[in-house]
Design a protein around this ligand. Structure first.
Ligand SMILES: [Zn+2]
Length: 189
């Protein structure tokens, strides 16, 4: 299976490299997968705005003031799964993406150091597309085969009160039924 990974890049994904990352601390292993949702503009799907956010390419002449207001953010996720199941990779899993922010899991803070971030195109207020679950499960199985991942959780679980994604429409049972190590207890900060 290792041939499908090259320096932390999953060869089955479309690469869209982001400059928003830093080296993973050398003693850190990737032990946690964090699921998120994102849509830009909010609740709209299919545009290039998320890709533009993650690659710092929101234009000065962007007509939407909300999107223009995100220009100075420096965020990223390792993976982004569109509504149609297309999977993009923005940061090598061997590096840290900027997806978790202030967070805590099993008593450890700053989860970016030991996690991989996966964004699903979506929002807290409607179901995700079935094809997104297929793509996500394929990706998580590939990750678990290559990295020592012991848990899959949500952004809302590692940053309770601050973050609400992927939200209550996200169907954790699909991941559990696929044999993935889902852990969705809320984590004290
Ligand atoms: Zn999130």
């Amino acid at each position: 299976m290792s041939a499908i990974w090259h320096r932390g890049w999953w060869q089955a994904a479309q690469a869209l490299p982001s400059p928003n990352f830093s080296a993973r601390p050398p003693q850190e292993k990737v032990s946690l997968a964090v699921i998120h949702n994102i849509s830009l503009p909010p609740f709209e799907y299919g545009s290039d705005a998320v890709a533009a956010l993650f690659t710092n390419t929101i234009r000065d002449d962007e007509p939407d003031p909300f999107l223009r207001g995100l220009q100075d953010l420096r965020v990223s996720s390792h993976f982004f799964i569109r509504r149609n199941g297309a999977t993009l990779q923005c940061v090598s899993v061997d590096d840290m993406a900027f997806h978790a922010g202030v967070s805590s899991f099993r008593g450890r803070s700053a989860c970016n150091a030991f996690s991989v971030g996966i964004e699903l195109e979506g929002c807290d207020f409607e179901p995700f597309a079935p094809v997104q679950y297929s793509a996500l499960i394929t990706l998580l199985q590939a990750l678990c085969a290559h990295y020592p991942i012991t848990a899959v959780t949500g952004h809302q679980h590692i940053a309770p009160g601050r973050k609400s994604d992927p939200g209550h429409f996200f169907d954790w049972a699909r991941l559990r039924n696929a044999g993935l190590p889902v852990e969705t207890a809320f984590q004290a900060a």
